[in-house]
Write a protein that binds this ligand. Structure first.
Ligand code: SF4
Length: 221
């Protein structure tokens, strides 16, 4: 019997962040997360009992085909934590085989090893001290990231920015490094000041576009 996936919502919008920020993407958001970040902006989707529909892989492929027919070339699997969905690798591979660019937004607390060479790329968060989840980070994942992946350090405080620098120096991931301010928690200008003072030329500041275009609390955008 076909496995089902806990699909919390799906919609077409622009990628608000990551390497293809600003490009149209189909978002498949899955319910359930193994973390509880202090500033989570999708807390409604984090419980294993969060509202969702049970979607088969055929359902997901159908949704992706509809999006592709509308000119969408990117699919972002997000959550929650999408890699907790059983058999998600199979979906990743099917979406890639359709010629779509498949991006996995993952929280840094799940091993990437079982998902390598699927064709999908990873935007891996590293949860900094303000999240209160740093102890769950799987730092062995850094060595698994390739040039097409990226690491997103979500910064909710000045301390977070300094910590991001430390982590990058320690693990030296071979991919782009983003600093992403938690909306409303830290002024992006402050992050730029720290980047300058700390010689953080290997990082890029990235604002969450969707928070500026739409209501920061809006869902499905
Ligand atoms: S990992 Fe993401 S979805 Fe999970 S609690 Fe943290 S911010 Fe929310």
């Amino acid at each position: 019997m076909d496995k089902t996936f806990m699909l919390a919502e799906h919609f077409i919008s622009i990628n608000g962040e990551g390497r293809c920020a600003g490009e149209l993407a189909l978002f498949l958001r899955f319910a359930g997360c193994n973390l509880r970040c202090d500033w989570c902006d999708t807390a409604w989707a984090c419980g294993m009992d969060a509202p969702h529909e049970a979607a088969s892989s055929d359902d997901l492929i159908r949704i992706a085909k509809d999006a592709a027919a509308q000119g969408v070339r990117n699919v972002t699997l997000t959550g929650g934590e999408p890699l907790l969905q059983e058999n998600i690798r199979c979906v990743m591979e099917q979406l890639c085989s359709m010629g779509l660019r498949v991006e996995i937004e993952t929280n840094g607390a799940v091993s990437l090893a079982p998902f390598l060479n699927s064709g999908a790329v990873f935007t891996m968060d590293y949860k900094l001290p303000s999240s209160r989840m740093e102890q769950h980070m799987r730092t062995e994942n850094f060595a698994l990231l390739g040039a097409l992946d990226c690491v997103k350090f979500v910064c909710g405080s000045r301390e977070d920015v300094f910590r991001a620098k430390e982590i990058a120096e320690q693990f030296r991931p071979q991919c782009p490094l983003y600093l992403s301010p938690v909306f409303g928690r830290i002024d992006p200008a402050e992050i730029v000041e720290i980047m300058k003072a700390e010689k953080m030329g290997n990082f890029r500041l990235q604002l969450q576009l969707h928070k500026f275009i739409w209501d920061p609390n809006a869902r499905g955008v």
